[in-house]
Design a protein around this ligand. Structure first.
Ligand code: CIZ
Ligand code: SF4
Length: 330
């Protein structure tokens, strides 16, 4: 089948089966174009809760489908590929427990820790955080959530993205450390787990200098998963939805160089928009989903032989929902 055949079949199946298709901003264009809704992981989870169709097909990575399932347990959530975000895979429940133990060894009591997990984490990690009184954040609301966490008077344990944790600490004038970096975690306001996004690590200060030399008036935009020195040298730092909004409000002739996943940057504005890297910053897992996969998952509903359904253990879902709901309350 050609891509055109797949597109026709996807539209036919979507109508026939009452399925809602959602796609994250980092999905390939041809998959993105098939979606009823697109957005960042938080926007998509919120849309999914309100959607009344019994089936939802989520084109994105595993933790995003899991979040929808946790928030709308009655909905049947399917993913064309169970692709796991590389950063989310850097921490599981055991790594989380070990991190807490390491802090205890360093003299910080468990009761004095306020854990916050970036939404890019497994349901298991979200559940551990929920059980310990903590909450979830996204790149759009991380500052607000950390501010709230600090009001408890406890130390923040921020998992898994050290860059997001460090960037927020810099923005708020706080101290931070990374577990295992040799410093005393007691001296830090925000203690970060040593996880990162391999795609956003591709952006360097040299890339910024290259563009500033070439186009002195250019605006440099980066995602808070980029390294702290990159964010500090940027004109604007924001989540995917914040980046889109920021660029939309700029005059058309304003040149911008953007440090985030390629599919989104490429879609933003064809002229005057540059990718802030000499290497193509494609997320391997986001790019795994193809039109054929989307077609196959829809066909599996039609044939009543469902594949790639997202299921979350009840007890894990219960505590992960506690951590997600605490974020929504703020
Ligand atoms: O939460 C998301 O969708 C991700 C992974 C990034 C962002 O900034 O929106
Ligand atoms: Fe995960 Fe990075 Fe891909 Fe986002 S771009 S899904 S954080 S690996």
């Amino acid at each position: 089948m050609t891509n055109e055949d797949y597109k026709k079949e996807i539209l036919r199946l979507k109508e026939k089966l009452n399925v809602t298709i959602v796609a994250h901003f980092y999905q390939k264009d041809e998959v993105f174009d098939m979606a009823d809704f697109s957005g960042d992981s938080l926007q998509l989870a919120q849309m999914a809760v309100q959607d009344t169709n019994p089936f939802l097909v989520f084109c994105g990575v595993g933790f995003m489908g899991q979040s929808v399932k946790i928030l709308s347990p009655k909905k049947r959530v399917l993913m064309p590929k169970i692709a796991c975000c590389a950063m989310a895979r850097m921490i599981d429940g055991e790594h989380y427990d070990t991190s807490v133990k390491l802090l205890e060894k360093a003299g910080i009591k468990k009761d004095d820790i306020m854990p916050i997990t970036y939404i890019n984490s497994s349901a298991e990690v979200k559940a551990k955080v929920g059980q310990m009184g903590g909450l979830v954040c996204t790149s759009s609301n991380a500052k607000k959530i950390i501010e709230k966490g600090l009001k408890s008077g406890k130390k923040i344990l921020f998992v898994p993205d050290k860059c997001l944790g460090q960037n927020i600490a810099i923005m708020m004038g706080l101290t931070s450390c990374v577990i295992g970096d040799g410093s005393d975690p007691k001296d830090a306001d925000i203690i970060c787990y040593n996880g990162f996004c391999s795609v956003h690590q591709l952006f360097d200060v040299e890339d910024i200098e290259f563009y500033r030399d070439k186009y002195p008036d250019i605006k440099i935009i980066s995602h808070p998963e980029c390294k702290p020195e990159v964010c500090e040298a940027s004109d604007f730092v924001g989540s995917t939805s914040q980046i889109i909004k920021y660029i939309k409000e700029l005059p058309k002739e304003q040149k911008v160089a953007v440090g985030t996943e390629f599919n989104l940057v490429n879609r933003l504005r064809k002229e005057n928009t540059y990718v802030l890297s000499s290497t193509k910053p494609e997320c391997p897992t986001m790019n795994e989903t193809t039109l054929e996969d989307l077609y196959n998952v829809l066909k599996s509903i039609e044939d009543d032989k469902i594949v790639f359904e997202v299921l979350v253990d009840e007890e894990v879902a219960k505590w992960a929902k506690v951590a997600l709901d605490r974020m929504f309350e703020i």
